[in-house]
Write a protein that binds this ligand. Sequence first.
Ligand code: PMV
Length: 333
Amino acid sequence: MLQKATFRAHPDIALVKYWGKKDEVLRLPINGSISLVLDALETVTTVAFDPSLTSDQVMIDGELEVGEQSRVLQHLDRIRHRALERGVLSQPCYARVVSVNNFPKSTGLSSSSSGFAALTLAANRALGLELSDRELSILARQGSGSACRCIFGGVVEWLDGDTSETSYAVPLDMPKIAKIRDIVTIVSQDRKQLSSTAGHNLAPSSPFFAARQELLPQKIVLLKQALQVGDFTAIGELAEAEALEFHSILLTSKPNALLLYPGTVAVLHAVRRLREQGVVAYCSMNTGFNAHVLTLPEHEAQVIATLTTLPEVQKVIPSGLSKGPGELQQHLF
Ligand code: PMV
């Protein structure tokens, strides 16, 4: 057996979202995006390549991953191919992978972003590939687009790029928002009805998609300015409007997708009521019903108290910004 490696990576919440691809196979996004990587949510993944295996053995949250359609197995092939190309593997070799999330997957909390980041990092180390951060971001992107951002921590921008080599994420130094809080708000643990992969393909069928594309470059400029000066109101307004715009694209795609649950809408109303009382609280959602409520440390207790009184809210997970993924010495097998 080659070396065993374990990494922890964190998922993110995009403030300007990646929605739609210009190259499906390479997962090149139609637009750039910016996200916050969250420290309270995590995926831990152990990888070991083992010449005695006759197939890849992948277990995620206790469930075996099987079938040619599995993006995890496809990603292992991609990494193996890279290792053969670079000569760190002399012949194809299967891997054992065990991965656990500390939050519910397939509920709109972006477990594939942290999952593919942790898998890429652990496989890179296990094989001794020694890829650079940029190469890791490019590789992770091909497993799940948003994973390219989770190779880093804090605030991250994904430069859309026109080729595989130019589509990667970079960390943004934004000290003025280091204290931002995200209250991850769980309203259901159902498996969401639409995968992001399928959703990206539907996006251009919305009549509003072209208008969105036209306005996105300016939105990114405004968001970066707000992040730089630490203007939480502007950040929150942009993030919430973006989440609603993104769900409007889902609602008007053909076929359309209604992913918001009554609980999601209850959270959206609750943050509006909080703002009327002068509390900084803004909501964002990914492809799913669970919500992220952005706030500040001084308002966190009030935001949590309000959210937890909503009958639809099952659980809140208060989070800050992650310092980035890390290697662990304790393995999962
Ligand atoms: O990376 P994917 O294919 O899971 O897509 C992510 C899509 C959104 O979460 C809705 C937006 C984003 O930028 O993370």
